[in-house]
Write a protein that binds this ligand. Structure first.
Ligand SMILES: O=P(O)(O)O[C@H]1[C@H](O)[C@@H](O)[C@H](O)[C@H](O)[C@@H]1O
Ligand SMILES: [Mg+2]
Length: 289
């Protein structure tokens, strides 16, 4: 089935609502950061989760269900998937949510924490909203309508010379020595091209906003999940940037890997240096126990 609305601008209401919900969620996160944070772990001892992640996801999904009806819209949320909900993108209108992107930052008071909400229909991303709640910056973009930070149009940098670039990557939460070795080997090669600098904010969502505003030229990572990058993908694209797979092929939201850049020249130059390692797809069938 293909989902279409008869209205001229079918998803404007959903887009506006997402901005309101993201702001509300960010306020909850900001307040929660003022008191003691209780930390648990998920896939590894450095994959952190807090009560706030779970609470904020419930608030976001609860508000969206109330507004758009249960049944008709689908939801992929980081904490719901952690609890066993499916992570499969269908043609149905689907919300892809990371309630707290940068949970480690949140726990430590490192000032980059974002709420990421994206919306896809017929497997195409329609819009993305990222609220960097400690900086109080609202990033948003709708397919074909430009990208904004606090209502100001944003644009990627026009640097084409890799020697004049800043590149972002992250280490992720899988610390198996072979993977860490590849991550650092890639970083070493990029640093020695040389580039002006290597950075990392600790959240994929914020990193993609930094590409979109032109503060950096590219952000790439293997091991991220669809909820980390779905909203950012629309924002980067609408700011004039490009998205590619780490092997140079087309970007695949569920593949756990991505290069986002200001242009294809920079993206392909980075791709030449990336040492690829495996990460199981987000939509891989769940292993029967
Ligand atoms: O788990 P949260 O939602 O904080 O998200 C992840 C970040 O977005 C990654 O870039 C980053 O590399 C980490 O994998 C981190 O887990
Ligand atoms: Mg995340």
């Amino acid at each position: 089935t293909s989902y279409r609305s008869t209205m001229e601008d079918p998803w404007q209401k959903a887009y506006d609502f997402a901005v309101t919900v993201a702001r509300k969620a960010g306020e909850v996160i900001r307040k929660a950061g003022e008191s003691e944070i209780k930390v648990s772990t998920k896939s590894s001892t450095v994959d952190l989760v807090t009560k706030t992640d779970e609470r904020v996801e419930k608030i976001i999904i609860g508000s969206l269900k109330e507004e758009f009806g249960e049944g008709t819209h689908c939801f992929i949320g980081e904490e719901s998937v952690a609890k066993g909900e499916p992570c499969i993108l269908t043609h149905k209108p689907t919300w892809i949510i990371d309630p707290v992107d940068g949970t480690t930052n949140f726990v430590h008071g490192f000032p980059f924490v974002a709420v990421s909400i994206a919306f896809a229909v017929n497997k195409q991303l329609e819009f993305g909203v990222i609220y960097s709640c400690l900086e109080d910056k609202m990033y948003k973009a709708r397919n074909g309508k430009g990208a904004y930070c606090d209502d100001e149009l944003i644009q990627v940098s026009d640097v084409k010379d890799i020697n004049k670039s800043i590149i972002i990557s992250e280490h992720g939460t899988d610390r198996s020595p072979e993977k860490v070795k590849k991550i650092f080997s890639t970083m070493q090669k990029i640093l020695c091209i040389p580039v002006h600098g290597l950075r990392g904010s600790g959240t994929a969502a914020t990193n993609m906003c930094l590409v979109a505003t032109g503060a950096v030229e590219a952000f790439f990572e293997i091991g991220i999940h669809c909820w980390d990058i779905a909203a950012g993908a629309v924002i980067v694209k609408e700011a004039g940037g490009v998205l590619l797979d780490v092997d140079g092929g087309p970007f695949d939201l569920m593949s756990r890997r991505m290069v986002s850049a200001n242009n294809e020249v920079i993206a392909r130059r980075i791709i030449k240096e990336i040492e690829i390692f495996s990460a199981e797809r987000d939509d891989a069938p769940i292993q029967k126990k």
